[in-house]
Design a protein around this ligand. Structure first.
Ligand SMILES: *Cc1c(COP(=O)(O)O)cnc(C)c1O
Length: 356
């Protein structure tokens, strides 16, 4: 049976990336060594790391004001590491609470300083992005989640603010071009759109660092990681390697413009199908719909279980909604072919005909 992988994360990766990564586990670039047994300070790994950093800078069109780090801990560690490095106890940071991940980020920040939630969309179950809000001039930064993986909303235009902007881009990183220089710090767990679980990418503008009085534990200090070139301690070598291969694949396929075109085509196909079939219903404000994670429901909740059963039977993997939200979630990351979305839409139509 052919399987269609709509997992929300860890999620689908390009087949060529997995083929090359599996070859490298046995013999890395003809060295006779596995990628799992090379030292992280060897020229072999240096090449991997430098290519990964160079690819990020190229895709995001970043200049030397920015540093790219590959760190342990996943995006959740950044919820703490960002305020630990940027927010003093007597200072205030602004946060947008557009769902579960933004809320968690704000909660961690409150351990280090004051948090001002400037936009909270819980009034309508996080089904939209609130864009008209004010950020106090003395806020140290504004934190947004560019794509709400669980709720299915996405910022299609980043907010214009006078304070440094920080983005959790875990689930839409490298899915579209943007003016990334609007951000002072961007982070993403790799396992959704750029690689295997176990590594976190952090892009940081150097001028926002060093403005607080707190002593920072060495392993949490961005400046120490910059000094050490992401090699303060052993980095997650294999996960960095898979990210490097995925970045190489994105560039070879045509870069972020091409990823965006594919993403536009896939999400248009799915949302048009949802909108055309009364059996299904989307609660998300149309202009804020996520292109990477479509969240929707069965109009008759009684039909949810039979629909998910049918998906399972037909090899549609990972389409059950998040445990606290329910419904259906279809994740359409870079590596997902449009043929998978087409197969899913065909199944929706078949289900609608039988249950209409
Ligand atoms: C998945 C996700 C996280 C959590 O990532 P971990 O790597 O599991 O810590 C944080 N933010 C967003 C937007 C996510 O999608």
């Amino acid at each position: 049976m052919s399987v269609h992988n709509f997992n929300s994360g860890p999620s689908i990766l390009p087949k060529t990336v997995m083929e090359e990564a599996s070859r490298a586990i046995i013999d890395f670039n003809g060295t006779g060594l596995s990628v799992l047994e090379i030292g992280h300070r060897t020229p072999l790994f240096q090449d991997v790391l430098q290519e990964a950093i160079g690819s990020v800078k190229k895709l995001m069109e970043l200049d030397d004001a920015y540093e790219v780090l590959f760190l342990h801990g996943g995006a959740t560690t950044q919820f703490m590491q960002v305020p630990m490095n940027l927010l003093d106890n007597n200072e205030t940071a602004a946060y947008c609470d557009n769902g579960i991940w933004g809320k968690k980020a704000a909660k961690e920040a409150s351990l280090f300083g004051n948090v001002n939630v400037v936009a909270d969309t819980s009034d309508r179950s996080h089904t939209y992005i609130k864009k008209d809000f004010a950020v106090p001039a003395d806020a140290k930064y504004l934190h947004i989640t560019t794509n709400n993986t669980v709720e299915g909303t996405q910022w299609h235009q980043y907010p214009e603010v006078a304070v440094p902007l920080i983005g959790d881009m875990s689930s839409d990183i490298f899915s579209r071009p943007a003016d990334f220089k609007k951000f002072s710090l961007i982070y993403a767990g790799a396992q959704k759109n750029m690689g295997a679980a176990g590594v976190n990418m952090v892009v940081v503008k150097k001028d926002i660092l060093g403005t607080i009085k707190r002593s920072i534990p060495t392993i949490m200090d961005y400046r120490k990681h910059i000094e050490a070139g992401s090699l303060m301690n052993t980095p997650p070598v294999f996960a960095v390697y898979v990210s490097m291969l995925t970045l190489r694949w994105i560039i070879a396929e045509g870069g972020l413009k091409e990823m965006e075109q594919r993403s536009n085509a896939k999400s248009a196909l799915l949302y048009n199908t949802i909108d055309s079939l009364p059996v299904f219903t989307s609660r998300i404000a149309k202009e804020d719909r996520s292109q990477t994670n479509a969240v929707f429901f069965l109009s008759d909740p009684q039909l949810e279980a039979p629909f998910l059963d049918l998906c399972k039977k037909e090899g549609m993997v990972g389409v059950k909604g998040y445990r606290t939200i329910g419904g259906v979630r279809v994740s359409m990351y870079n590596a997902l072919p449009i043929s998978s979305v087409q197969a899913f839409c065909d199944l929706m139509k078949e289900f609608a005909t039988k249950n209409g």
